[in-house]
Design a protein around this ligand. Structure first.
Ligand code: KMH
Ligand code: ZN
Length: 292
């Protein structure tokens, strides 16, 4: 079985400090959390940005500051920006952070000022391939907007991660693949247990995995109490794992997590017990085909 890639979704757009006072919100807090999860064994961070008042923003200057601060700490973790943002944002707002990486005339990509080991630009971006009810709201992704997102991600040399909130989104993702708008190596991430999306149960996870084409790489992000059982299944089935405060602010029933790193460390321990080695960021880059 290939090494386990652990993604940590540090902040998200919905959780607040009232939900968990340890939620990282400012660029400084997010960079600190990113270093802690790297040290704990994560190889990808899924990033969201917040305004000073804690509300979600897709402002690329805030993303730029987050990524600059992450690299300034010497952190080599893979940087994945969100294009989901928050319910109600426009597509134009949501796509902004992807454009922090740009293509030069010689075909190379760049962005920002390198201040650490690696440049502070996005290597991956989330791409949701359908619309889903999201609590009391609607996470709206029209077919034309999804195609536009996929095109911009491609033009900026960023690897999309296909966010699957319900079964029909796999089919939509494969249509994008057929059209050449997402590469064949784009990984799938099953976000399971959102109120309005596919339930976070073992049966549903098996169904999603069996619905993928042969050889597709996948991870699972279980929401709330679904996080731990689905992550354990992914370790056993050869999938990959996403944890973090975006999806779950608890460590156990009624017990808030102390940090994102605490959630990552538990997955590393489980993987070790179950005989699955954990990938470092450069190993994950190699596996995912992220170059330059
Ligand atoms: N905040 C959700 C509405 C993503 O990052 O791509 C969407 C989301 C997905 O978080
Ligand atoms: Zn997200």
């Amino acid at each position: 079985m290939e090494k386990l890639i652990i993604t940590c979704a540090l902040t998200g757009a919905e959780a607040t400090k009232q939900d968990n006072p340890n939620l990282p919100v400012t660029p400084e807090e997010i960079a600190k959390a990113a270093l802690e999860v790297r040290q704990a064994g994560a190889s990808i961070v899924h990033l969201h940005a917040r305004n000073e008042d804690g509300s979600p923003t897709q402002d690329k200057t805030v993303y730029a500051e987050i990524m600059r601060r992450i690299r300034e700490t010497g952190n080599d973790i893979i940087l994945q920006v969100s294009t989901g943002g928050a319910v109600g944002m426009t597509p134009e707002e949501r796509i902004q952070p992807v454009t922090l990486r740009s293509k030069a005339s010689d075909g190379s990509f760049s962005g920002g000022q390198a201040t650490g080991l690696l440049p502070p630009y996005p290597e991956m971006a989330s791409l949701t391939t359908g619309t889903v009810n999201f609590g009391n709201g609607v996470f709206l992704n029209t077919p034309s907007d999804i195609e536009r997102f996929a095109r911009v991600i491609q033009e900026h040399g960023v690897l999309p991660e296909l966010e699957i909130f319900d079964a029909g989104m796999i089919r939509n993702a494969l249509e994008l693949r057929k059209k050449g708008l997402v590469p064949d190596n784009a990984p799938f991430d099953f976000v399971m247990g959102v109120a309005g999306g596919i339930p976070g149960t073992p049966r549903e996870l098996l169904f999603l995995v069996e619905s993928l084409p042969e050889g597709a790489r996948w991870s699972v992000a279980g929401i709330g109490r679904a996080q731990l059982p689905l992550a354990t299944m992914a370790i056993l089935l050869g999938g990959h794992v996403r944890v973090g405060f975006e999806d779950n602010v608890y460590y156990a029933k009624g017990v808030l997590a102390e940090s994102n790193a605490q959630l990552v460390a538990r997955i590393v321990r489980l993987a070790k017990e179950l005989g699955r080695a954990v990938a470092a960021p450069d190993e994950a880059r190699h596996m995912l085909g992220i170059i330059g």
